[in-house]
Design a protein around this ligand. Structure first.
Ligand code: ADP
Ligand code: MG
Length: 938
């Protein structure tokens, strides 16, 4: 599963590459290109050398054009030479070696040894039986482990990085793996550098190289060649692959890609590093160790007792070791991993990419979500709908999308021409102080800026920005909430420098000393300023985002030209999603850089309580002590005018209150808060690479609803794991106790070694695994967030385990006793007990599908995997009982239909009892609830 956008890019660029390829080479079949011919023309550059050369020379050496980049065909040829721009992790061990590894398990070795002893004692039948059983056990374990590894591998492929690259004069966005030396790449704030790049433009560019150099201060980049490079930190004109752009922007030529990049080796090491275990995996490991210890004690006891009773030593030994193989749930950690990994895959299908397995567990515990407004709660499809100029002309704008479809409707006024002129002056600021591009109705850049361009187009203003030459840019930041550019007119003699400024109204007004009225400039007084702020308030109250515009000859001395109101409607279903969350006890808060009115208006649109709960601004957070914030934070529903720094305070305050926090973010500076949050959630579409790097989870579609889907999955997975733990524990305990009891009572063993191994396969194998993929129960998702400290193994779980185990033991022993009444042990007797145990286990698995609900409510057929696994197990059992070669291995005998019917009706009791217990518990709970509500009523 890939990032949907990227797949699109990939397809697009692949299609383009194919097309260009065909255009120039003819159809692919017409003959292959002679690669060596191309090769001769290239002089590949070492990154080191590139930094000492001028950019023109680097471009010449790499045969590329700084303004247009490579041609698609050329890039494709180069890619065939250099390979994809990616790092492959170290060669893996061959599969057969991994298979052999499985035999290194000490228990398996012991079993093999006992087979060897059997050979020595000329008991060839036994030897063959044990060997075949071992082979089956090892193969099943191997397949399981292989699957778990494969699914973990898939995880690392979920977020392929993309890049902005110039090809044939067009700026394109595609997967970074398609980059080749000579490509011209654009870098923006928050990007991850996609290859080793020799910079030829660096505006305020600072790059975080801490992942390699350990240097926490970002490195300021330049474009001039350096005299002599000694060490990476001296190569100030190179952006290294895998580093992060913290500030500014730049352009450069790709010098080296993939393994050839400077940090290729370091990267490889980092990729090969093993993922840390999740808390759940750790507790499963502990559980496994404890179980092993007890099993060993019991098995030791059985063997010693058997020895005293004078049973054949070799038999006792084989049975002991098989019991150890069966009772020790060595499959448990694997099943847990596979279940988690499969859950992550399912989440990816629902557009949430989880980067690390532990996140899945934490998801079910989240009890407060702090969500961005723009893009997550709202659609981030911005449209200017209102314009108010500084001289009081009011216009409404119709139309939607990034195109010129729509009208600017000017409200009644004395002079329409004057109004149009004022609007032009205002929108000119918006279009010049702008980094977005609208290209055949699609937007490249920020939606806010696209909205301004579209408004300009509706006013007949095309290519306004081209009338100016930009000298400098002060980029927008969430802290400043403003953007400014310094320009001079491109044509004419007038070369006067002008600043164009747009941003949050109160910030822009702070920089203004004058305002524009009918083409003349008037000094701005406090009264006028209040008037403008009041206008902004009225517009903001409708949920519109307000942006002020100003221009002038100095940044401290600007002329205010007016404001626009930008509409960004809430996403569909956000209201419903929030309702579900709130009902299940999760708190939702809105965190935004927007103004109070806008934030509260949107909050009430999506059903957040803004009347009874508080609204807090970034400045207020600043003025509070940690303790004060901690006390108030639980009752806040909207945080407005906040910066990334405040997000961190909010996360910390919630956490001090013992909450598990999910925090969303998109900007470069959100990284810290995302790291600190229990679940950092990055935006996949509009988020920067920096915050994706810091996050635990990425929303591919930026949609708030996706957060809920992943919480649902997270909760579901935990319950599923609990279900199969219950199943495995009860089987394990039953098998152990069965043998222990029969030894104690001095009767022959009801199961032989091979049969015990067979039971182990069923217990660790497909049926257990399929319990892990049980579809998420809708009622589970309505439950309260789980307490992080709540253990997996609860009292009620143990009770259930013991109950099932008890029934299985009693039933199996009874069958054995009944069969053995003639006092001789025939294969028929063990076959009956063996089949009885396996059937018990199947019914037990069935009732383990839900802890509280009847299997009939859950749906008998709703888990296809489970059906398949059980069918296969039963078929396997039939083969073992009826298929002569296997009969020999497992020492079984064919049973009659009556036998089978008898066993089925007997073994179904474990299912019936468990269902009855669940029924009674549900009934009791209902009674308690109604009793409670009666009490409340009184
Ligand atoms: P959020 O993402 O939480 O909605 P932002 O931090 O993006 O908030 O924006 C906060 C304020 O900054 C907005 O209300 C707007 O006035 C201003 N703003 C947003 N984007 C830009 C931009 N590209 N240029 C100038 N000002 C902007
Ligand atoms: Mg934003």
């Amino acid at each position: 599963m890939k990032h949907s956008n990227n797949t699109k890019y990939e397809k697009l660029s692949q299609a383009r590459a194919d097309k260009c390829y065909e255009d120039s080479v003819g159809s692919p079949e017409s003959g292959s290109i002679n690669l060596s011919e191309v090769d001769e023309h290239y002089m590949w550059l070492i990154t080191n050398e590139a930094s000492t050369l001028g950019t023109e020379e680097v471009a010449a050496r790499l045969r590329t054009d700084l303004r247009t980049g490579l041609r698609w065909r050329e890039a494709e040829l180069r890619r065939q030479l250099t390979g994809y721009n990616e790092l492959t992790v170290k060669e893996e061990e061959p599969t057969w070696k991994k298979y052999i590894e499985q035999f290194k398990n000490p228990l398996i070795l012991l079993l093999l040894a006992s087979a060897g002893v059997s050979v020595c004692m000329k008991q060839f039948d036994d030897a063959v039986s044990i060997t075949v059983a071992i082979l089956i056990v090892v193969t099943v374990a191997f397949v399981q482990e292989y699957r778990s590894e494969k699914s973990l591998e898939e995880l690392t492929k979920l977020v392929p990085p993309s890049c902005h690259c110039l090809r044939e004069g067009q700026l394109e966005t595609f997967l970074a793996r398609n980059l080749v030396p000579g490509d011209i790449v654009h870098l923006n704030v928050g990007d991850r550098v996609p290859a080793d790049i020799r910079l030829f433009e660096a505006i305020d560019l600072a790059i975080d190289e801490s992942s390699f150099t350990g240097e926490t201060e970002p490195s300021n980049k330049i474009t001039a060649p350096i005299l002599k490079s000694n060490g990476h930190s001296s190569m100030k004109n190179i952006a290294f692959m895998g580093t992060l752009v913290r500030c500014g922007n730049g352009k450069g030529i790709v010098v080296n890609t993939g393994e050839k990049s400077e940090f290729g080796e370091v990267f490889k090491m980092m990729q090969a590093e093993e993922a840390p275990k999740t808390p759940l995996q750790k507790s499963m490991d502990i559980l496994g160790a404890q179980l092993s210890f007890y099993s060993f004690c019991i098995i030791g006891f059985i063997m010693i007792l058997g020895w005293f009773q004078g049973r054949p030593i070799l038999d006792m030994f084989t049975i002991g070791v098989s019991l150890a193989v069966a009772a020790i749930p060595e499959g448990l950690p694997i099943v847990v991993t596979v279940t988690l990994a499969l859950g992550v895959m399912r989440m990816a299908k629902r557009n949430a990419i989880v980067k690390k397995l532990p996140t899945v567990e934490t998801l079910g515990c989240v009890n407060v979500i702090c969500s961005d407004k723009t893009g997550t709660i709202t659609k981030n499809e911005m449209t200017v709908t209102v314009i108010v100029t500084s001289d009081g002309y009011l216009a409404e704008v119709s139309g939607a999308g990034y195109n010129d479809q729509g009208e600017i409707h000017i409200h009644k006024c004395d002079s329409v021409d004057r109004a149009r002129e004022s609007i032009y002056t205002l929108l000119e600021v918006g279009c010049v102080c702008n980094n977005a591009v609208i290209h055949s109705d699609t937007l490249l850049g920020q939606p806010t800026e696209g909205a301004l361009l579209a408004a300009g187009m509706k006013h007949g203003m095309y290519g306004v920005a081209d009338k100016y030459v930009r000298l400098q840019e002060y980029p927008f930041s969430s802290e400043q909430k403003m953007m400014a550019v310094k320009c001079v007119p491109k044509y004419g003699d007038n070369k006067e420098e002008t600043y164009f400024v747009k941003g949050a109204l109160e910030k822009v007004l702070q920089q203004c000393t004058k305002y524009l009225i009918n083409g003349t400039v008037q000094p701005l007084n406090a009264k006028k300023e209040q008037e403008y702020l009041a206008e902004a308030y009225e517009i903001g109250r409708k949920g519109l985002r307000v942006m002020g515009m100003a221009r002038g000859s100095s940044l401290q001395d600007l002329v205010y030209t007016g404001l626009v109101g930008i509409c960004d409607p809430p996403r569909p279903f956000v209201r419903e999603s929030i309702q579900t969350l709130v009902q299940s006890g999760v708190k939702v808060t809105l965190v935004t850089g927007d103004a109070q009115e806008t934030a509260t208006a949107i909050a009430s649109m999506i059903g957040l309580d803004t009347i009874h709960s508080q609204v807090l601004s970034g400045d207020q957070i600043d003025s509070m002590t940690d303790h004060q914030l901690e006390q108030i934070v639980n009752s806040v529903s909207v945080f407005y005018r906040v910066t990334p720094r405040h997000k961190l305070c909010i996360v910390k305050a919630f956490q001090r209150n013992g909450m598990i926090v999910g925090m969303t973010g998109d900007g470069v500076n959100d990284g810290v808060a995302l790291k600190k949050a229990d679940i950092g959630i990055a935006m996949g579409k509009n988020g920067t690479d920096v915050c994706k790097e810091a996050a635990d989870m990425i929303l591919v579609d930026d949609d708030f609803h996706t957060i809920i889907s992943s919480i649902e999955e997270g909760k579901g997975i935990f319950y599923n794991i609990r279900n199969f733990v219950r199943f495995q524990l009860s089987t394990s305990i039953a098998a152990l106790s069965l043998i222990a009891l029969s030894t104690l009572m001095g009767i022959p063993n009801p199961l032989n070694a091979m049969q015990i191994l067979w039971i182990n396969i069923i217990m660790d194998g497909p049926p257990a695994q399929s319990l892990g993929v049980e579809p998420v129960d809708k009622d589970v998702t309505k439950q309260k967030p789980r307490n992080v400290k709540e253990p997996m193994i609860t009292k009620s779980l143990i009770l259930n385990v013991l109950l099932s185990a008890l029934i299985i033991i009693a039933g199996t022993l009874w069958v054995f006793k009944r069969e053995m009444s003639d006092n001789v042990i025939t294969p028929r007797d063990t076959t009956m007990t063996f089949t009885c145990f396996v059937f018990f286990d199947m019914f037990n698995a069935l009732s383990c599908r839900s802890q509280t609900k009847s299997v009939f409510t859950v749906g008998l057929l709703s888990n296809k995997m489970f059906l398949l696994a059980v069918t296969l197990s039963v078929l396997g059992q039939m083969l073992v009982v009826y298929f002569p070669p296997l009969q020999k291995v497992f020492q079984t005998e064919a049973l009659t239909l009556t036998d089978i019917l008898f066993l089925v009706s007997l073994t179904s009791t474990v299912f019936v009892v468990s269902e009855l217990k669940k029924f009674m518990e549900r009934h009791l709970e209902k009674r308690q609830k109604s009793f409670k509500s009666e009490l409340d009523f009184v």
